[in-house]
Write a protein that binds this ligand. Structure first.
Ligand code: AMP
Ligand code: MG
Length: 404
């Protein structure tokens, strides 16, 4: 059974394709030059092109001795110079070798480096090589990593520690990155209270606000914390109107069937509203639209549903607005450490823990709980209509793939 058998429910792939198409109509194109220290988590706006050969000159991969192989007859060689990393060597005197250390430039005239483990230093200071030598060994050639003009990272790359290290190796002090998306986070619900406040009757603490703000910041967004919004039409209208300068309004709650739908009503009046019923569990209802031109995504209020819809839909949407091409998380096949006998009509993402390459399920998969997501280190994807026996292959998406 596929999602298509349920005409009322929108398959996840279709929802994602629509959201990505929407993202492409309003890319965040502005470019900022930022220092490497500020670039972690940002998205590269233009390809990083190498201004250097890397390495810039032939250098030694070992601590040892540099020589011209043609000079080696089997007799011990005089050591004519000592080359440390950071020094500029003289041309190698014919018939001699040079003491050399890892990363030091190979002197002109040398064509091989022999590691010190194969060298015996005689009492007179000359060096005898114990094993036969071969040309070109242990030399890291100029430009073997990159050449001047090579494109090293494409535009749209999400920058992390490795990319920053690479940029530094090329001497790039600044990078052109897309400006941070401004995302307003809005938690709707009369029942919500912030931590630090006493809980009144019928109240719960607002977990989605913290969850989403921390997550958005990891994604390089500038968060506008719009706090808690009471379930009230006029307040909702005013709040949304006041968020005219953000790139996205991300709200949670107020989209369950049967609830007074203030967000939807305002969007209908002030912009556009589509309510999607996703073939997704947790996370069936999703509001997508705009308020006076500002895009709005309304996630379901249950924290587990907020988590899954943000991970699978809002996150890729935001990344695509920044020009990221690969917006889907990397997943891989593991063995199910559980049975799944009841085929579902919605795609399920279950909070799971990978142990010895088997995915174990948390017993509490309720959309209202976060503790099982904190226990989990990934989500397993059970497709519509799928049943599973222990050991069956199943796709596992590490949470670490989704959180940055
Ligand atoms: P709603 O989508 O507003 O009907 O909310 C669905 C469920 O999620 C209800 O049990 C709400 O109390 C809960 N909920 C909504 N927003 C939040 C929030 N920000 N933090 C924690 N729970 C929430
Ligand atoms: Mg609500």
């Amino acid at each position: 059974m596929s999602g298509c058998d349920h005409p009322g429910l929108l398959p996840l792939e279709d929802a994602l394709a629509r959201l990505l198409a929407m993202a492409e109509t309003c890319p965040i194109n502005e470019v900022e030059q930022v220092g490497l220290a500020e670039a972690d988590g940002r998205v590269l706006a233009e390809a990083l092109v190498s201004g250097l050969d890397l390495p810039p000159w032939d250098n030694s991969a070992m601590d040892g001795y540099a020589l011209a192989l043609a000079d080696w007859t089997g007799e011990p060689l005089v050591v004519s110079q000592r080359i440390l990393a950071g020094s500029a060597p003289a041309t190698l005197q014919p018939g001699t070798c040079a003491r050399i250390f890892t990363g030091a430039p190979v002197p002109a005239g040398a064509d091989t480096v022999e590691m010190q483990e194969n060298a015996e230093v005689l009492d007179d200071g000359r060096v005898r090589f114990v094993e036969p030598l071969r040309a070109h060994r242990n030399i890291r050639l100029q430009g073997h990593e990159t050449r001047v003009g090579d494109s090293v990272l494409p535009a749209g790359t999400q920058l992390g520690p490795i990319e920053l290290g690479l940029a530094a190796s090329l001497g790039a002090a600044q990078l052109g990155v897309r400006r941070r998306p401004r995302v307003a986070v809005l938690s709707t619900g009369d029942e919500l209270v912030e931590p630090g406040q006493p809980l009144g009757a019928g109240q719960i603490y607002n977990s989605n606000r913290r969850l989403l703000i921390a997550w958005l910041q990891r994604l390089g967004c500038a968060v506008v914390d719009a706090g808690i919004l009471a379930d009230d039409l006029e307040l909702t209208r005013q709040t949304l109107r006041n968020l005219g300068d953000v790139d996205l309004i991300l709200s949670t709650g107020g989209v369950s069937v049967g609830e007074a739908d203030f967000l939807g009503e305002v969007l209908r009046e002030e912009g556009e509203l589509t309510l999607w019923k996703l073939a997704l569990k947790p996370g069936k209802p999703l509001t997508v639209g705009h308020c006076q031109g500002v895009p709005v995504i309304g996630l379901p209020g249950n924290p587990g549903s907020s988590l899954v819809t943000f991970a699978l839909l809002a996150r890729p949407y935001l990344l695509r607005r920044l020009g990221v091409v690969e917006v889907g998380p990397l997943g891989f096949e593991v063995a199910a450490g559980f049975v799944w006998r009841k085929p579902g009509t919605r795609r399920e993402f279950l909070r799971a823990r990978l142990e010895n390459n088997r995915a174990l399920l948390h017993p509490n998969q309720s959309s209202g709980v976060l503790s099982s997501a904190a226990w989990a280190n990934g989500l397993v994807e059970v497709r519509e209509g799928q049943t599973l026996e222990e050991g069956d292959p199943i796709r596992f998406i590490p949470l670490s793939e989704l959180l940055g």
